[in-house]
Ligand binder design. Structure first.
Ligand code: PSU
Ligand code: MN
Length: 310
């Protein structure tokens, strides 16, 4: 049989903003930010203010922010103000990794999850990524098989994600087990407890604790140098003053789970529906917590990115 040469796949049709492209070319610090949290995790109009707030938090610590989304079928790393407007009031669909080719092929708009943002950030050459809470194994996954693609993405994508643990709406110990199986290191930042998103302590320990951006940078460098292709998780608890009250948290979670069952909500609508229930039923308390933790994560990611670039 004659040898048939297979064309190599073209480079991903990514578009970097001028600022992000210049920073990467100079080896300066860049931090990726996801757009699903803006389009589906936070209500309007607070989401638009949050988009600016997160970018400002990254800049304040000396790094360049790169919010990621797909607009008119173009995967973009680094958005203009007008593009952030579209993400925040455009009624965008939620894109995980499997949806990227579809949205690009069909010329659609979409907001990227942790998984999809990690894939595009990595393709662009951005290592640091800040978000709120990772997706993971859902409660009841034994019956529903609902396991976020965020876990598979972290297993196969070399990005360093700064977050506040996994969303407390998930099965936290099962999620930690999957991260262990997939060889994704989990580091507590200034804590021995794995953070619980709205709460500082999920009730489960972290395997490793680190206490400075320099330590985080050293761990990331070594992780990559040793050839581990997986990502890593740097988990920072929400600032103490912004933690959600434990009783309120548990009540909202129980109500939210009942609501899902009652309305038959499944698949990618589960996480936005639960977050929406928290925001609409906590009198603004969960929103304040969510904003505070993402901002703190953006700040820390910028500090680690700066330490890595040094
Ligand atoms: N963290 C937040 N708010 C969010 C999310 C994370 O503070 O809205 C989003 C992320 O985009 C994450 C997604 O990837 O929720 C997980 O969705 P799912 O469980 O359907 O994989
Ligand atoms: Mn899911």
């Amino acid at each position: 049989m004659p040898h048939v040469s297979v064309p190599v796949s073209p480079p991903a049709p990514l578009v970097l903003s001028d600022e992000v492209a210049a920073a990467l070319a100079d080896g300066r610090a860049v931090v990726a930010l996801e757009s699903t949290i803006l389009a589906h995790g936070l209500p309007a109009p607070q989401n638009r203010a949050a988009a600016d707030d997160l970018e400002a938090a990254v800049r304040a610590h000396g790094a360049v922010p790169a919010t990621v989304a797909v607009l008119d079928g173009v995967p973009r790393v680094g958005l203009t103000a007008a593009e952030l407007d579209r993400v925040c009031d455009g009624d965008l669909v939620k894109l995980s990794v499997r949806d990227l080719g579809v949205a690009v092929g069909l010329g659609r708009d979409g907001a990227t999850t942790v998984a999809a943002t990690a894939a595009l950030a990595h393709a662009a050459g951005v290592a640091l990524f800040a978000t709120g809470g990772l997706g993971g194994v859902h409660r009841g996954a034994r019956e529903t098989w609902d396991v976020s693609a965020d876990l598979a993405a972290l297993a196969g994508t070399g990005v360093f994600v700064v977050c506040s643990g996994v969303k407390s709406i998930l099965d936290v110990p099962a999620t930690l087990e999957v991260l262990e199986t997939e060889s994704v290191p989990v580091l507590g930042y200034g804590t021995d407890a794995f953070p619980g998103f709205y709460r500082r302590d999920s009730g489960h320990p972290v395997p490793w604790r680190i206490d400075s951006p320099a330590e985080a940078a050293a761990v990331w460098r070594a992780h990559r140098a040793l050839g581990n292709a997986a990502g890593a998780v740097l988990a920072q608890p929400v600032p103490e003053a912004d933690e959600l009250d434990a009783g309120l948290h548990d009540r909202l979670l129980a109500e939210g789970m009942a609501l899902l069952a009652e309305r038959g909500i499944v698949g990618k609508d589960v996480t936005p529906a639960l977050l929406e229930h928290f925001h609409s039923s906590s009198g603004g308390a969960s929103l304040r917590t969510n904003l505070a933790l993402v901002r703190a994560n953006a700040e820390l990611a910028a500090q680690v990115a700066v330490a890595l670039a040094a």
